[in-house]
Design a protein around this ligand. Structure first.
Ligand code: NCD
Length: 326
């Protein structure tokens, strides 16, 4: 199969073949990253731009490192130090980078739909430049969805991570699903893999129509933690996105922890080999107790960060038309 997608804006319409290609390619790059010299000439001469209109440390650094490991030239743009303050529009900013000969634009924005808008402009010009969505508002965060998928599959078979491994596996997604673009992308990826996805959170952060989030599929929605945890092989926890919440959605953080926080005690309801994921940043003592966070035998949080680089290398490679490493 050949990669056909110029832009990666979300996982809603990803095909099983595309997921498999990303998993397989990520596994090759994961191997590259363990070498003494963890760098390949794949994207030599290509220009990759990170356009981050929203604060971010880990996602931006992860993309930057991924592009550098592929030997691309990387330009980082953030509004604080830019001409946006001088009244330049976002499209004009992007045009400047296109005029410099950029090959890939990685875009994060607090508003849903911005990467789509840029991609539409690029298509209108008939340009081959690719747009990669690094998180847009409450819409999607496809690279996080793919790195979570890769982390789950490689946990089950490190040598050959593939979609079928998650078939019929119970996975709970817990927390602030309403405000989470990670939850949305994760749901698409995990349902495509045939996993049994359960959603859990307080009713204010998990509206019941999430049950119908994926067309033609009904997801169990729980307003209590326990039924979602029972027998789960994996639990994906999400940050309470307080910056996106109006007031009054939660009585207090302590109350949230009391009802939905993951503790070692609560995890006893899960599969005996349960593993916990979190996209970060974690509100320690809220979504996860310190004991769960500090136990590398119980959580896969560091693997998520490590795999993030390999998965982003895979996407940049697939979209940038580079050569796969020998
Ligand atoms: C996520 C995001 O920005 O959507 N974080 C991330 O990409 N590392 C989740 C979050 O902010 O909670």
């Amino acid at each position: 199969m050949v990669w056909q997608r110029q832009h990666v804006l979300g996982l809603a319409d990803f095909t099983p073949e595309e997921y498999q290609m990303v998993l397989q390619t990520s596994a090759s790059f994961q191997e590259v990253l363990t070498r003494r010299l963890p760098k390949v000439p794949t994207l030599q001469g290509k220009v990759v731009v990170t356009l981050f209109f929203e604060p971010s440390t880990r996602t931006r650094s992860s993309f930057e490192l991924a592009a550098k490991r592929l030997s691309a030239d990387v330009l980082n743009f953030s509004p604080g130090t830019s001409s946006l303050g001088k009244g330049e529009t976002l499209l004009d900013t992007a045009r400047t980078f296109l005029a410099m000969g950029s090959d890939l634009l990685i875009v994060r924005h607090a508003q849903a739909g911005v990467p789509q808008q840029l991609a539409a402009e690029i298509d209108r010009r008939g340009s081959p430049v690719g747009v990669l969505n690094a998180g847009d508002g409450l819409h999607e965060h496809p690279t996080q969805g793919l790195l979570d998928l890769f982390t789950l599959c490689s946990h089950l078979d490190p040598r050959r991570p593939r979609l079928e491994l998650l078939q019929g596996i119970k996975i709970a997604i817990v927390g602030d699903i309403l405000h989470s673009r990670v939850a949305r992308s994760d749901i698409y990826a995990l349902v495509a893999a045939g996993a049994e996805v359960h959603l859990a959170g307080p009713p204010t952060l998990l509206p019941k129509d999430f049950a119908q989030f994926v067309p033609g599929h009904t997801l169990p929605v729980h307003w209590q933690l326990e039924p979602a945890l029972e027998g789960s092989r994996f639990v994906i926890t999400l940050r309470l996105q307080q910056e996106r919440m109006g007031e009054f959605l939660l009585p207090s953080l302590q109350e949230y922890h009391h009802l939905f926080g993951l503790t070692r005690q609560r995890l006893r309801l899960c599969h005996p080999e349960v593993r916990v994921l979190h996209p970060g940043p974690v509100n320690r003592g809220v979504e996860l107790s310190s004991e769960v966070m500090e136990d590398p035998g119980l959580n896969l949080i560091e693997q998520q960060v490590t795999h993030g680089v390999a998965v982003r290398m895979a996407l940049l490679y697939l979209m940038g038309g580079g050569r796969i490493p020998a």
